[in-house]
Ligand binder design. Structure first.
Ligand SMILES: C[S@@+](CC[C@H](N)C(=O)[O-])C[C@H]1O[C@@H](n2cnc3c(N)ncnc32)[C@H](O)[C@@H]1O
Length: 291
């Protein structure tokens, strides 16, 4: 049976990591503390102390509050269905590249575990705040992170998905939700029969918010353009209207959007004073299977 120690790798020398007291240690002696929350900082050396790598703590909290409303659960479900398809017939071992605070990662891992009886999964995010929140969430849902046996684990690490601390050919699936797809890293970490589940916004996603920000809204279908090693075998659209309970939810949702950091304060104020309550969720989920 696969364990988390077949999956994670030293970010310095790529050697396998083992648990030693409250640290992960590789054969060359590189050592990484397991925080009390259960996450481990495996960011490449030189970036380990950069507290602003990845999402800020306030944005992580906004995402945690919003996802906790359950308004994006259908999005988790759509991703989980494709992960189940991707790992059909083998041991489910997946990594979530850019997992944020692990809401979707935990939901997918729970769904896979209840359907297959076991799962080994790791959430990777450049933000240590996100990885920490993910580890707490996983513990709350009854997952072990780095137990002695390493079986049936859901672990969260701070790491860079372009150079992930993951062993070569170890994964049956990579999940990439609302984040850039690191195809080269997928190719090196996925097994020959592995697959990528990519989830990204469709043309009408949060169109009501975008209409308040931009004078003209472009409704473009994003094309993934995967490298020739991958072929698209499934594409699903999840589209529905979600009702926000109030301005706090609107503010948290705005904080989760990719445009939040680049729009002027006046545009944010326009959205937040609009009283908007009904927003369209329009999300595309694609399964890319390795040829
Ligand atoms: C838009 S959020 C999506 C989070 C999560 N997948 C979700 O759907 O809720 C993108 C995430 O990618 C992370 N990220 C960005 N660049 C990264 C990198 N090079 N390596 C790891 N994580 C990264 C950010 O910190 C952020 O948490």
């Amino acid at each position: 049976m696969k364990t988390i120690f077949d999956v994670i790798a030293c970010p310095v020398c790529s050697g396998p990591l083992r648990i030693k007291e409250k640290s992960l240690v590789c054969g060359a002696g590189h050592s990484f503390d397991i925080a009390s929350s259960g996450y481990v900082n495996l960011l490449p050396p030189g970036r380990k102390n950069n507290a602003v790598t990845g999402d800020r703590r306030d944005l992580v909290r906004a995402r945690t509050r919003f996802l906790g409303t359950g308004l994006y659960d259908a999005v988790s479900d759509a991703a989980a269905e494709l992960v189940l398809l991707a790992t059909d017939g083998g041991e489910p071992v997946f990594a979530d590249f850019g997992c944020g605070e692990g809401y979707h990662t935990c939901s997918i891992a729970q769904r896979v575990r209840s359907s297959r009886g076991s799962v080994v999964a790791v959430g990777i995010d450049a933000s240590k705040y996100a990885a920490e929140a993910g580890a707490k969430r996983a513990a709350g849902r009854g997952f072990s992170s780095f137990s002695e046996s390493g079986e049936n684990a859901l672990s969260f690490v701070a790491g860079n998905f372009f150079t992930p601390p993951i062993a070569e050919d170890s994964l049956s699936c990579v999940v990439s939700m609302f984040a850039p797809v690191a195809y080269d890293a997928c190719l090196s970490t996925l097994r020959r029969d592995g697959a990528i589940v990519v989830v990204f916004p469709g043309p009408d996603h949060l169109i009501e918010i975008r209409e308040k920000i931009y004078p003209e809204v472009r409704r473009e279908e994003r094309s993934l353009d995967p490298p020739p090693e991958f072929c698209e075998t499934e594409k699903r659209q999840t589209k529905y209207s979600a009702r926000l309970a109030g301005d706090e939810e609107l503010s948290d949702l705005l904080g989760m959007t990719p445009f939040f950091c680049r729009i002027p304060v006046s545009a944010k104020e326009r959205v937040l004073s609009s009283g908007l309550r009904d927003v369209t969720v329009d999300v595309t989920s694609v399964l890319l299977v390795r040829r």
